[in-house]
Each structure stands twice: as C-alpha cells, then as structure tokens.
Design a protein around this ligand. Structure first.
Ligand SMILES: [Fe+2]
Length: 379
C-alpha cells in the first residue's frame, strides 16, 4: 500500500516577469494594508521597491515597507517588524528577498494573529491561530522558504538559531520570477544554490522520503547540477536562473515533506555561533557527512550520481566529484577556511545535538561520537 501526504504552497506563479502578477494575487487576498519585507541589497540596487509600491497602490492596498534585512535575521529584527506591522494593522504580508527576508515575512504574518514575540513560538506547532495571508517572492534560488513551514531566527543573547515550525507558516502564494535573481552576486548565488542542493539530497536520503518526494528531490538535484555552474559563470542567463528557481522550489517541496538530515543539524550552530552563512555551512559539511554515512547510502548516492551526471560512478568517487563541483563554485572545503575555531568542537556538538528533528530524519542513527568525528574531519 502506498501512503503519503504532500503539502505545497497552493498557488505558484513562475516564469520571466511573473512578478507583475503580484497585484492580481494580492487583490484576491482581500487586504487593505500590506506589510512588505524587502531585502536591503535589492531595495538599494534595483527598482523592486518602487515597482512593488506602484503595484500595490494601483489596487488600493497601502504598502508598509521594511527594507533593512541584510543577513541572517535575529529575533530582535523579526519582533521589530511585527511591531510595525501590528501598529499599521497590516492584513497581508509580502516577502521579497532571500531566505532571511522570507522567513521574517512569514514570522510577521504569524505574529499578526498570535500575541507575543518570536521567542514564544520557536519550536514545533506553537502558533495557536492561522497567520495573516502571505505572498513570498524569492530572489535567491536557495532556501525554498516560499514553500516551507519554517522561519529561522538567531536568538542573539544566546547565539542560537531556532525555527518557528508551524503549518500556519505555509505561504498562500509564491512568485518565481527569474528576473529578480539576476542581480544576485556570484558568492551568494553559489552558496544559496548549494543550500538548495542540500535540501534536495538530504530530503532524498531522509528516512521520511517517499515515492512522491524522491522524484521531486531528484529533479531538483539534476537541475542544480546542470544550471548552478551556468549561473555562476553567466549571471544574466535567464533560462538557467529560471531553472535554478524551479530547482530551489522543488527542493523546498522535498524539504517540507521529507525533511532535511544531519547536514542542517550540524550547520545550524555554525550560523548561530560564528555567523557563517547558511548555504556555506551546509555546503562545507555535506561531503563529510555523506562520507560518514556512506556504507549505508551507497545505493542511493549511486542512483543520484547516475541521474545527474549521466554516468555510472561509485559512491565514493561521486563525493570526490561533489567536492570538485563545489570547488569550481568557490565554495570553501574546510571549516578552518571559514574561520571556525578548532577549539569550538565541544560547543558545536552540544548545539548540533539539540537540532533533533533533522538528526532523526538521517538515514542511519547518528550519535554524539559520530558528530564529533564529522566536525573533526571537516577541519
Ligand atoms: Fe537550508
């Protein structure tokens, strides 16, 4: 018997210039005031902010813009946004940017209908009431936040990353417009692309993967393997950017339904303690974690290798190929290269052990000793 459950953002609009549909989508949500979180870099370097204001004013929705999100958001930033949105009685939320921007927008939508602060809802299923309707517009091809139920924040006072995980955070609609990703510089293009690759490979290998999520995760890996090197070399290649956005979305569907694994558990503390970007932390750790799990996942790794390279490659050689692939994208190979101090292993292990759900999804059980070994090997 085949049993499965698939959750996905109900309305997805994709393709070149699909951002122009924002007005039509927002109108259907029947709001009067939209809280719009826009990535700081985009707001400064492109005309997206002006375009958004114009689209919303044309349909008589008042825009309240917050454009100060630049890197991994803290709970303080998210709470500040929620206060502004509450004061203005916003009844729609729109996020335009990378994962940090979209996560902030999703959390604000939750806090508009639930009293208190982000810290009150970090954990699993803590939001009591459905959130305000929200539209997500990713401008990096990486996090898949437009299709997931999570919003991750750093609690600055304890340097810890933690997510609000709730069914009420699934966006009502998402727009995947490759034109909005053209301005993304090479470094973040590679890092966010590898985050998406991690979502895809981890969800493929997850204990919760099923007959429906596996082909979705595999399709994402195939698209990323082919298109990430193209967008890295030619940032203006619209077709490759479009393929990357679709891949990131598919990888997000894999993540939302099958979960991620130990790579995300071990990379969370790198962001919380040392400010390492999420994509880089995952990418650096990925080959070491695959190696440590290899005897148990050789068959799956060889399936992936065959599908994405078109050649039969044994699992160990594929991990070498993955290292070459990441090197060609300028991704560091070791934790020592990204200034993680070697004497922090104990702290890292303690923090990683607390990111339990992805550890439970890992294809084999993973102990504290395994985690120590993985971090050590990654230095
Ligand atoms: Fe991720």
């Amino acid at each position: 018997m085949i049993e499965f459950k698939l959750i996905c953002t109900p309305e997805i609009f994709s393709g070149k210039n699909s951002f122009e549909k924002l007005g039509e989508i927002a109108k259907k949500l029947n709001g009067k005031c939209a809280f719009v979180v826009i990535d700081q870099f985009l707001a400064k370097k492109t005309d997206i902010k002006e375009k958004t204001i114009k689209i919303l004013e044309n349909i008589r929705i008042k825009p309240v813009i917050y454009d100060r999100i630049s890197s991994e958001p803290t709970t303080d930033t998210g709470n500040e946004c929620a206060e502004i949105a509450r004061k203005n009685r916003c009844d729609i939320v729109i996020g335009i940017g990378g994962g940090s921007t979209l996560d902030t927008a999703k959390a604000v939508a939750g806090l508009l209908k639930n009293p208190g602060k982000i810290e009150d809802y970090q954990g699993i299923d803590k939001l009591k009431y459905p959130s305000t309707p929200k539209i997500m517009v990713p401008t990096t091809a990486g996090t898949g936040s437009e299709v997931t139920f999570t919003a991750v924040f750093i609690r600055a006072y304890e340097k810890k990353k933690a997510g609000i995980n709730s069914k009420y955070l699934y966006p009502e609609a998402a727009i995947l417009d490759p034109m909005l990703t053209l301005s993304l510089p090479k470094g973040p293009t590679a890092a966010t692309g590898m985050d998406a690759f991690c979502h895809a490979i981890e969800s493929y290998l997850s204990r919760r993967a099923n007959f429906l999520t596996k082909p979705i995760s595999m399709a994402a890996m195939e698209l990323i393997w082919k298109n990430l090197p193209i967008v890295f070399e030619k940032p203006d290649d619209i077709e490759a950017r479009d393929n990357m956005l679709c891949a990131s979305f598919l990888a997000g569907v894999g993540l939302a339904n099958a979960g991620v694994t130990a790579v995300h558990s071990l990379s969370y503390p790198l962001g919380g303690l040392f400010g390492i970007s999420h994509g880089i932390g995952n990418a650096v750790l990925l080959p070491y974690i695959l190696e440590s799990t290899l005897p148990h996942i050789s068959k799956e790794i060889e399936e992936i290798a065959y599908r994405i390279t078109g050649r039969k490659i044994d699992a160990k050689n594929f991990i070498d190929k993955l290292r070459e692939f990441q090197k060609s994208l300028g991704i560091p190979q070791r934790l020592s290269e990204i200034n993680v101090p070697q004497n922090s292993i104990k702290q890292l292990v303690e923090a990683a052990m607390q990111v339990k759900v992805p550890l439970d999804n890992h294809p084999v059980s993973i102990t504290e000793d395994d985690i120590i070994k993985i971090y050590k090997s990654a230095f």
